[in-house]
Design a protein around this ligand. Structure first.
Ligand code: PDD
Length: 288
C-alpha cells in the first residue's frame, strides 16, 4: 500500500515517494515543529475542530503562525481523505519552521513553514487485545516542561516507549518528580479507584488528549463519578483499573503494571462501560 499513498506537501497532493524536503528543514535539523494525529471514521474526521484548536495551541506555543485558516485546513484534509482508499484512516499533520541556514534562532526574515500531511489506514485494537488488556511499565518523566505542545521532537517519548517494548510491554506510564503521574509515552492514562475515574489535570506537563476529553465528557454525561486532579504515584499502584486513551488506540485497559496485575488483572467494569460509550459516540459521528 505504502507507495500508493497520496500525501500533501506545501500546496501539492502527490504520491508519498515523490514527497521530498530539504535536509536543511528545521524539522530535520532541530525537531522545530509540531504535529497532530486525527482519526477518520467512515471518511469523517473525528473531532476535527478540537484537533485544529490543539494545533493552534501547539503552533502558538512554538511561536509559529498557523499557515491555514480552519476552513482551509478542513478543505485540505477532506481532499486528503478523499484521495486515499481506506474508509478508516488516521491523518498525520506536520508543520515545521521551514528551510534555512542552520542557526538555532528563528530565521530572520521568516521563511515559509513546511506543511506536510499524510493519511494511513487506521487499525484500532483487535478484540483479543481489548479482552486481555495491555502491559505497561512506569518510568520517570524526563521530558521538558511544555509537554502540552504536540512537538515533533519526541526523543524522550521514543526512548520511553522503547523501554516498554524492551520489557515486553506496550506502554510506559510516566511519573514526574517521583510523585505524580503525567501520561503515557504516546497516550493519556486514567486511574479507577472504588468506582471513581481519576484523571490528571490538563496542565503544561501533559498533552491535552482529544480522546481524554471525550472520555471525561462521556463520564459526565453518564453519571460516572470522576475527578480531575493530580494522581499520585501510590494511586497508580493501588488502582482497581488503569485505562489508556489515544486517537489510534481509543480506550484500552492496562492489566499489568511493572509485572504485577492491576486489580483483578483483567479489564474491569469501568473499562467495559467507557469502551462501550466511546464506540456508541463514534457511531453517532459516523452517522452525522
Ligand atoms: N499520540 N499523550 C501523548 C504524549 C501522545 O502522544 C498522545 C497521542 C496522547 C493522546 O492524545 P489524543 O487522544 O489526542 O490522541 C497523549 C498520537 C496518537 C501519536 O503521537 O501518534
Amino acid at each position: 500500500m505504502g507507495d500508493e499513498m497520496t500525501v500533501y506537501l506545501n500546496g501539492q497532493f502527490l504520491p508519498i515517494a515523490e514527497a521530498k524536503i530539504s535536509v536543511l528543514d528545521r524539522g530535520f535539523i532541530f525537531g522545530d515543529g509540531v504535529y497532530e494525529v486525527i482519526p477518520v471514521y467512515s471518511r469523517r474526521a473525528f473531532r476535527l475542530d478540537e484537533h485544529l484548536r490543539r494545533l493552534d495551541h501547539s503552533l502558538s506555543g512554538i511561536r509559529l503562525a498557523n499557515p491555514h485558516s480552519d476552513a482551509a485546513w478542513t478543505q485540505l484534509l477532506n481532499e486528503l481523505i478523499a484521495r486515499n482508499t481506506p474508509e478508516d484512516q488516521y491523518l498525520y499533520l506536520h508543520i515545521t519552521r521551514g528551510v534555512a541556514k542552520r542557526d538555532h534562532a528563528f530565521p530572520n526574515p521568516p521563511v515559509a513553514p513546511t506543511v506536510f500531511a499524510m493519511s494511513s489506514p487506521l487499525t484500532t485494537p483487535p478484540a483479543a487485545l481489548l479482552a486481555s488488556g495491555i502491559s505497561a511499565i512506569t518510568a520517570p518523566d524526563n521530558r521538558w516542561l511544555r509537554s502540552d505542545i504536540k512537538a515533533i521532537s519526541l526523543l524522550p517519548n521514543v526512548l520511553l516507549r522503547q523501554m516498554a517494548i524492551d520489557a515486553g510491554c506496550a506502554e510506559t506510564i510516566m511519573i514526574r518528580d517521583d510523585a505524580f503521574m503525567t501520561e503515557g509515552a504516546a497516550s493519556n492514562i486514567f486511574v479507577v479507584k472504588n468506582g471513581t475515574l481519576l484523571a490528571p489535570p490538563k496542565d503544561n506537563l501533559m498533552l491535552p488528549g482529544i480522546t481524554y476529553d471525550v472520555v471525561l465528557e462521556l463520564a459526565a454525561a453518564n453519571n460516572i463519578p470522576h475527578e480531575v486532579r493530580k494522581v499520585m504515584k501510590n494511586e497508580i499502584f493501588g488502582a482497581d483499573e488503569l485505562l489508556l486513551t489515544s486517537s489510534t488506540k481509543e480506550v484500552l485497559a492496562i492489566t499489568t503494571l511493572d509485572g504485577k496485575p492491576v486489580g483483578t488483572g483483567k479489564p474491569g467494569a469501568m473499562f467495559a462501560k467507557l469502551y462501550g460509550l466511546y464506540q456508541n459516540f463514534k457511531r453517532e459521528v459516523m452517522r452525522a
